[in-house]
Design a binder for this molecule. Structure first.
Ligand SMILES: NC(=O)c1ccc[n+]([C@@H]2O[C@H](COP(=O)([O-])OP(=O)(O)OC[C@H]3O[C@@H](n4cnc5c(N)ncnc54)[C@H](OP(=O)(O)O)[C@@H]3O)[C@@H](O)[C@H]2O)c1
Length: 293
């Protein structure tokens, strides 16, 4: 199967490319230099040339503060970009697998969100991602829309740059000895190799639709940090940050835990508890640093 992966040098797509290649697929990695998803002509020309059977869209403008400052640009990429892909996928008879976010919810539910729960985004980012979902779902039958949460991987996130949360915690612990983290925001940290593996499995079935796709369980950012330090035997003074210590410039859902209800109902859920994904990530990082030494 020819699989076009958009945003191929991004955090998630790096593992998506590997997972489809390991599955024996003919992977066509596409970076921003190869295709501009906000531009209909660019999308049509590139995909008509490549004729993929599956199009995987990991592209997003997802720096939430930048989205507030540039809402038109965020809409052009997150919403119209998704529509451009869906229109061309329909023309080619291809499947579109589109990645979305837990930020389509406002976080007021207080228990894990299922696919049927009404979305209510709090930010430009969440609104434009939700619009992208609707464009895909209303344009193309052969779609998978996957909402995920708090992803981390070996490759850095291009939009946010620098370090992922795990690397940041370990760096702060090394440099300061004391780390303060909020315990009032709940997510499910999801390792990108686990999500990529799930995407390959889902792409082989015809149960098209909307899916929540995160690791199992949930934690606050404080609990995530505590597990990182426990698993790495890091000696650090970890404290709960005060309610106004890190004021958010843009409102974020305080509770955006997702339940993989649709995956489970199709017998397709491959996710393990988030702690397992974290342990595997840390083991892999430790192996790499041993090889480098
Ligand atoms: N990070 C999270 O915690 C999180 C949580 C939930 C959902 N998600 C979703 O997961 C997906 C993947 O996130 P990620 O962390 O892997 O992102 P990432 O590392 O920032 O990668 C995004 C990729 O998209 C490319 N791109 C940006 N604008 C583009 C455009 N207009 N046309 C074509 N390509 C463009 C980027 O290339 P350049 O950098 O060269 O522009 C980059 O390769 C996104 O859809 C995001 O909404 C992320």
């Amino acid at each position: 199967m020819k699989v076009a992966v958009l945003g191929s040098n991004g955090q998630l797509a790096n593992d998506v490319v590997r997972a489809f290649a390991d599955n024996g697929d003919d992977v066509l990695p596409l970076t921003h230099a190869d295709i501009e998803i906000a531009d209909r002509e660019s999308v049509a020309n590139k995909l008509r040339e490549l004729q993929p059977g599956i199009i995987v869209n990991t592209v997003a403008m997802h720096h939430v503060e930048n989205c507030e400052l540039q809402p038109e640009k965020a809409f052009a990429i997150n919403a119209l970009g998704a529509r451009n892909l869906a229109v061309v996928a329909r023309e080619l008879g291809a499947v579109l697998m589109h990645v979305s976010t837990d930020y389509v919810f406002d976080g007021s539910k207080g228990s894990p969100y299922e696919e049927e729960d009404p979305p209510r985004p709090l930010s430009v980012y969440g609104n434009t991602k939700l619009a992208g979902e609707y464009f895909v779902r209303s344009t193309l039958d052969k779609h998978f829309v996957l909402r995920t949460s708090a992803i981390y991987g070996k490759n850095p996130c291009r939009a946010k740059g620098g370090l992922n949360f795990i690397q940041l915690m370990l760096k702060l612990a090394r440099e300061r000895g004391e780390v303060r983290v909020v315990d009032s925001e709940f997510v499910t940290p999801t390792a990108t190799p686990e999500l990529a593996r799930q995407m390959v499995v889902l792409s082989r079935c015809e149960s098209y639709g909307l899916y929540h796709a995160t690791a199992e369980g949930s934690c606050s950012w404080y609990e995530f940090a505590r597990e990182i330090f426990t698993l790495t035997n890091t000696k650090v003074n970890l404290k709960v940050a005060g309610p106004n210590e890190f004021p958010a410039k843009v409102p974020r859902p305080r509770y955006s835990v997702l339940e993989n209800r649709a995956l489970k109902s199709h017998g397709l859920n491959m996710f393990e508890p988030w702690e397992v994904g974290l342990r595997k990530y840390l083991q892999q990082e430790a192996e790499i640093s041993r090889e480098v030494q």
